[in-house]
Design a protein around this ligand. Structure first.
Ligand SMILES: [Zn+2]
Length: 237
């Protein structure tokens, strides 16, 4: 269990760790020598690997609604998935980027977002709340959010070229050190507040991936090929 809302709902949220092995998403199942890790991990969590819909990320803002038909598929160019169908599990991969779990308990709908600085800047989490509102009449003030472990402001240094794009979030850019640092979690909280999500419905995992040896961190490990974790949400059947 990652988040308090899992206790009172039939929603399952998971995040793999280093112990479960690397889990990069290739374009097709069976393409990757790492697929076995994911299958073993899913089974250990009671999830049928054939019921998974995986986003093959592109750091964009494309969000897809999925249902039974997409089970077992890997969808390219997508950074967010959502559904209201029980037994359809949604997956993104992360290693420093934010895995954001979105839950509408009232309409029994769930979503998951992968957000790096580009996704945060273009408001992908806001877009997810809006899409769920359109599809399921989701009321933002009922939405519960879980932000999984990610690189926190303590370790997220960026170049000036990136920092200056976050002008409207000036209070989330820290400049006490040589290079600017961005508080992506803080920006996401602000964006959620602006669309009407209650601050006390947002749970933030306190772990910074860069500091946590049991989690993959791209900034720390430089393992772009394989060093990623899988984040999953779904409605139990
Ligand atoms: Zn840190």
């Amino acid at each position: 269990m990652l988040f308090p809302w899992e206790q009172s709902t039939n929603i399952q949220a998971e995040l793999s760790t280093k112990v479960d092995g690397p889990m990069p998403t290739s374009n097709r199942l069976g393409d990757s020598p790492w697929d076995g890790n994911r299958q073993r991990w899913l089974k250990s969590r009671g999830i049928n690997p054939d019921h998974l819909v995986s986003a093959v990320l592109c750091h964009g803002t494309e969000i897809r609604r999925v249902s039974e038909q997409e089970r077992g598929q890997r969808l390219r160019g997508v950074d967010g998935l959502y559904t209201n169908v029980p037994g359809v599990y949604l997956a993104v991969t992360v290693a420093d980027c934010l895995p954001i779990y979105v839950v509408d308990p009232e309409h029994q709908a769930v979503g998951i977002v992968h957000a790096g600085w580009r996704g945060v800047l273009s408001g992908i989490v806001t877009k997810m709340v809006h899409q769920m509102t359109k599809s399921f009449a989701t009321d933002a003030c009922q939405v519960r959010i879980g932000i999984g472990p990610s690189i926190h402001v303590c370790h997220y240094e960026v170049g000036e070229d990136v920092a200056k794009q976050f002008g409207e979030y000036r209070q989330c850019i820290h400049r006490e050190t040589k290079k600017p640092r961005i508080d992506l979690v803080g920006i996401v909280q602000q964006q959620l507040d602006e669309v009407g999500v209650e601050p006390n419905q947002i749970t933030i995992d306190p772990r910074c991936t860069f500091e946590e040896p049991s989690l993959y961190s791209f900034r720390r490990d430089h393992d772009l090929a394989a060093g990623v974790m899988t984040a999953i949400i779904g409605l139990r059947t």
